[in-house]
Ligand binder design. Structure first.
Ligand SMILES: *Cc1c(COP(=O)(O)O)cnc(C)c1O
Length: 472
């Protein structure tokens, strides 16, 4: 710093904090302590911890607060109110854990604070995006020309894929969507299974298709689309399939569906939020056979791949459609000869989530991905096998991947048992409905879960059911 530099008060304060090694070290100490204790606490925060969150209800302070005080406050009052998603027995929703390499890369990348909009803004982020795009095509067995957009999650990735579909199908019908808009456009047909994820319905609403216009296709007892029930498609059609039913984990029979749908000139989009990774596993690949015939795919890093949160990938074989759907231009934009990330995402500025995605993939390698994802399946199968032996629980799905759905005798008892399990704190599981019945859904998504964790979880289920039955 030059001697004559004049600093504002806030600059002085922030500059001092930037040089405060103690502050940064303390933050790491908190983080590491959190990680080391995660398996010894209840999976869901205590009532007291949640109650303490009212300490955050304050007016925006007038005066600055020191960084150390901010971090201390966050650690003291925030950490206890986290769910132990970073532990080995969180089985709620379809929430993944994170690998050490992913966490460390994210931490380092946090200090870099790169914006991935354009190559010129961050050469390293642009390089990693280009490299990972190639890796993904290889590991998921997608066509070589497939391009990737690195977005916040599968909700956004579904939106991107369907936006590309809308652009291309209208273009084929002689309509330029970007210039003419939707109002007088030819009508597109949206065809999907009755078990499509709600994120698909959100994308359909956002894109102006209207949920009432969906042609719903009948599904079988596992939630898979019945190929024969798909209406004859045409060049105005967008067919939305699913790799991984959010309840049963089942996969649509792509092989039977895709070739015919392509011959009929439909665009095929696959929501593979957690299930698309089956394509990377030798023993599970059979589930995704035929996905390579689709046009666009959506998949998460933050579920079965175990990257840290906020990591989704939109994949599309039709680069022109993707870029046209997400296009933008301005005088100040500097394009590179290489890849500019913002052409593949709805956002312009984005954080560099590619850093942790790249690190996770490099850290695991093909073999590691195969073994980790197969391990999730094996643990799910083990849970299903053991819980089925406990009187009073019934497994309702074929456990083809990482999801298990179970019920007790009647909706009311199922609900009571689930709440008791949640309170018990050995694990955390959520509920759902399956063909009209209340169910408990177990999603095995973390690399950390072991056989011992599965057995502890089964024991918790068993004792919670017993406790409730003995109350009566
Ligand atoms: C989780 C999930 C989504 C939504 O993904 P986000 O990453 O939460 O946005 C969409 N489809 C399926 C099948 C999912 O499991």
């Amino acid at each position: 710093m030059d001697k004559e530099d004049k600093l504002s008060e806030i600059q002085k304060k922030l500059r001092k904090e930037k040089q405060d090694q103690h502050l940064f070290n303390k933050t790491m100490v908190y983080a590491l302590k959190y990680m080391s204790e995660i398996d010894n606490r209840k999976v869901y925060p205590s009532k007291e911890a949640i109650n303490n969150l009212k300490l955050f209800d304050e007016n925006l302070p007038d005066e600055p607060t020191s960084a150390e005080e901010v971090i201390d406050f966050l650690n003291t009052n925030g950490a206890p109110a986290t769910t132990a998603i970073m532990g080995s027995r969180y089985f709620g929703f379809v929430n993944g854990g994170a690998t050490p390499a992913g966490l460390c890369a994210k931490t380092l990348g946090t200090f870099w604070d790169q914006n991935t909009a354009m190559n010129v803004i961050s050469p390293i982020a642009a390089k990693l995006e280009a490299v990972v795009e190639g890796w993904l095509n290889q590991v998921l067995n997608l066509p070589n020309e497939t391009v990737a957009g690195f977005v916040s999650g599968t909700s956004t990735a579904n939106f991107c894929g369907l936006a590309a579909a809308r652009y291309r199908q209208l273009q084929n019908l002689g309509w330029n969507l970007n210039e003419e808009g939707l109002f007088d456009a030819p009508k597109l047909r949206i065809v999907t299974g009755k078990h499509a994820h709600s994120a698909i319905l959100k994308a359909i609403s956002l894109l102006g298709f209207g949920k009432n216009n969906i042609e719903w296709v009948e599904v079988d007892e596992q939630g898979r689309i019945i190929p024969e029930a798909i209406p004859t498609l045409d060049e105005s059609s967008i067919l939305i399939l699913q790799a991984g039913n959010v309840n049963s984990g089942s996969f649509d029979p792509f092989e039977k569906i895709c070739a015919k749908a392509k011959a009929e000139k439909a665009w095929i989009h696959i929501d593979g939020a957690f299930g698309l990774w089956a394509a990377a596993v030798d023993q599970l690949k059979y589930l995704t056979k035929g996905i390579e015939l689709a046009d666009s795919w959506a998949v998460d890093g933050h579920k079965t791949l175990n990257t840290p949160y906020d990591c989704g990938i939109s994949l599309c074989k039709d680069e022109e459609a993707m870029i046209s759907a997400l296009h933008m231009q301005a005088a100040y934009i500097i394009l590179s000869e290489e890849r500019d990330g913002m052409f593949y995402t709805p956002e312009m500025s984005r954080r560099a989530r590619i850093i942790e995605l790249w690190a996770t993939l490099k850290n695991l390698g093909q073999q590691g991905i195969d073994e980790m994802v197969f391990g999730l399946h094996q643990n799910a199968a083990l849970f299903a096998k053991n819980i089925a032996k406990v009187d009073g629980f019934t497994v309702l799905n074929e456990v083809v991947f990482n999801q298990v759905i179970v019920k007790c005798n009647g909706d009311e008892l199922t609900q009571q048992v689930m709440e008791r399990i949640q309170k018990h704190g050995v694990c955390w599981v959520g509920g759902s409905t399956w063909f009209g019945e209340k169910v408990i859904r177990i999603s095995i998504c973390s690399w950390m879960t072991t056989e011992a964790d599965i057995l502890k979880t089964v024991a918790s289920f068993e004792s919670c059911l017993k406790e409730i039955l003995s109350q009566d």
